[in-house]
Write a protein that binds this ligand. Structure first.
Ligand SMILES: [Zn+2]
Length: 555
């Protein structure tokens, strides 16, 4: 029998239940307004950027700079009141490396300084070295026999010299520079309500059955050995980009003993030297390069901190970006800004003192530039995969990632069913006037150009945020121009507000984001495809990542 008190209680409950949605909506609107206010009026992003770029950059994986930046970020988040801040080690296996000094000059027939960047994981010169320049030009795709014949003839020419490898690239003046913002219609078609889910990726073309020409890797290895065996003092590569832009990646072996000191020279200087050599005039060059190796860099670190949830604290919403960078500049748009935006989004929520139901966790990865290594390790260790899940797998609520520069957020892609994209599209609706078009579902488990795809690969809801290109693909991505000055402050403040709102809303829902049913889950990509990062989307990655992993220029 039901007693009076129970009836009264059930009445109160039912009334209360009826009023929840209205109350929640009002509360949410209030919280959304407060997030906007805090993010736009009291932003800490540019302070964070200053520390990560000016003070700690460049942040090459395994370098002491990266570790200090990660330690600072954890300390900063702890000071903001986050919990469980720590560095999580993973095995990078290569030592850390830093360039400390580089001078490069043409001594004759004219005197001038030259603009270069050092290729990472290459050795120092023995003090200041001076030698005649020689230009080594090889055919595009030689066979083993062709290459051997050429190199045998070239031995005497390169011995003890400074060698320019390859012809200078002709970089034509670009009369149609791409727009810095993406067209509204184009973005609407991609992420709006009528956007169609991205098609499943087509399998990568199988390698040519004819192995006769050497692969790029084999060719590179043979040239490195040839230069080393013949006591070349310095190898010079052409940057091949306009306006003095240089992208310097790494010696693909990560072993300084296997290569000679190597620089990437701006196209304008490389071209000038090449043209003087073509006049049959002798060119004398001088270099002084000091690089340092850090054996302790074999262990690298992801930086983690969180804001504990309440009734659903064991469920986690993650947000992050990669803290490691290339070394030619201070890695501002790639990707200190992604880290600063995510730290800021979580800071806003913490500062407002809102209690979220789920735990919010910030992760700043390392090893991204060497193949998403830090995030791969993290997902494997904490969540496992759809096929081999760990207990935390089912409790995971989504991972937001930023890694396409400084542009404002225009849309999101989420791994999962269309219903997951619909939920995100609804959450992002208030930002329509700021250019955020919506969200799109993807079913691709292939590793792409950034860390959200480490989650997608495991079958988890990785959420990649698409941004306006601004100058990312054209100027700053992986170049010597990637500095603090290139950040568009208003865009990144707004990005933090969008992310804070989306993370908040996801952390408060009754249910986690819906996942693909077992029948709909694509099989994990083959190991070979998984090991080769592919561009996620046109906007997320201006170019395939393969080039930067191989490091050396095509000759
Ligand atoms: Zn990046």
């Amino acid at each position: 029998m039901l007693n009076r008190r129970a009836i009264a209680l059930s009445l109160i409950l039912s009334v209360h239940c009826l009023t929840i949605p209205a109350l929640t909506l009002a509360q949410d609107a209030d919280i959304h307004a407060r997030i906007h206010e805090e993010g736009m009026k009291h932003s800490q992003i540019m302070k964070t950027m200053h520390m990560l770029t000016d003070v700690y950059g460049p942040r090459l994986t395994g370098s002491p700079n990266h570790k200090r930046a990660a330690e600072w970020a954890v300390k900063q988040m702890t000071n903001w009141g986050f919990s469980n801040g720590h560095l999580e080690p993973w095995n990078f296996r290569h030592p850390g490396w830093l360039n400390e000094r580089l001078t490069a000059h043409i001594i004759s027939p004219v005197k001038d300084s030259l603009v270069c960047e050092v290729l990472a994981w290459t050795p120092s010169t023995r003090g200041t070295v001076r030698a005649k320049a020689y230009q080594l030009v090889l055919p595009e795709r030689p066979t083993q026999e062709q290459l051997d014949a050429i190199l045998t003839k070239e031995k005497a020419n390169v011995r003890g010299r400074i060698v320019l490898v390859g012809k200078p690239q002709v970089v034509a003046v670009n009369l149609n520079p791409p727009p810095k913002r993406t067209d509204d219609l184009q973005i609407e078609r991609r992420f709006g309500a009528d956007a169609r889910p991205s098609p499943s990726p087509s399998p990568s073309p199988s390698p040519s059955p004819s192995p006769r020409p050497l692969t790029e890797r084999q060719l590179g290895d043979r040239i490195d050995k040839f230069l080393k065996d013949n006591s070349v003092l310095v190898r010079v590569n052409d940057a091949g980009r306009d306006h003095g832009q240089i992208r310097a990646f790494n010696n693909r072996t990560f072993d300084v003993r296997k290569v000679v000191p190597t620089v990437v020279m701006r196209n304008e200087d490389y071209g000038r030297i090449s043209r003087i050599l073509a006049d049959e005039t002798e060119v004398m060059l001088e270099f002084n390069i000091v690089n340092r190796i850090y054996p302790e860099g074999k262990t690298s670190y992801n930086a983690i901190a969180e804001i504990p949830g309440s009734d659903k604290a064991d469920e986690v919403i993650m947000l992050g970006g990669h803290l490691d960078s290339w070394h030619a500049a201070t890695g501002a748009t790639d990707n200190a800004i992604g880290c600063a935006i995510m730290m800021e989004a979580a800071r806003i929520l913490k500062t407002l003192g809102v209690t979220t139901r789920r735990t919010i966790r910030v992760a700043l990865w390392s090893g991204e530039e060497q193949g998403l290594l830090g995030s791969q390790e993290y997902v494997k260790k904490h969540f496992g995969t759809f096929e081999k899940p760990k207990p935390a797998y089912q409790k995971f609520g989504g991972y937001f990632n930023i890694d396409s520069g400084t542009g404002r957020i225009r849309g999101a892609s989420v791994f999962g069913p269309p219903e997951a994209a619909e939920i995100l599209r609804e959450i992002l609706k208030p930002f329509k006037q700021d250019g955020v078009a919506g969200a799109l579902a993807t079913r691709s488990r292939r590793l792409g150009g950034t860390d959200s795809t480490s989650f997608n690969q495991a079958g988890l809801p990785g959420i990649g945020l698409a941004q306006d290109p601004i100058e990312y693909g054209t100027h700053t991505w992986h170049t010597n121009l990637d500095t603090y000055e290139r950040i568009v402050e208003d865009d990144v403040k707004k990005a933090a507000v969008v992310v804070a709102t989306a993370v908040y809303d996801l952390s408060m829902r009754d249910e986690l984001l819906p996942r693909l049913a077992k029948e709909a889950m694509p099989p994990p990509p083959p190991v070979e495809a998984a090991a080769r990062p592919q561009p996620v989307t046109k906007m997320a990655r201006p170019k395939s990542k393969l080039k930067r992993v191989t490091g050396q220029k095509k000759i």
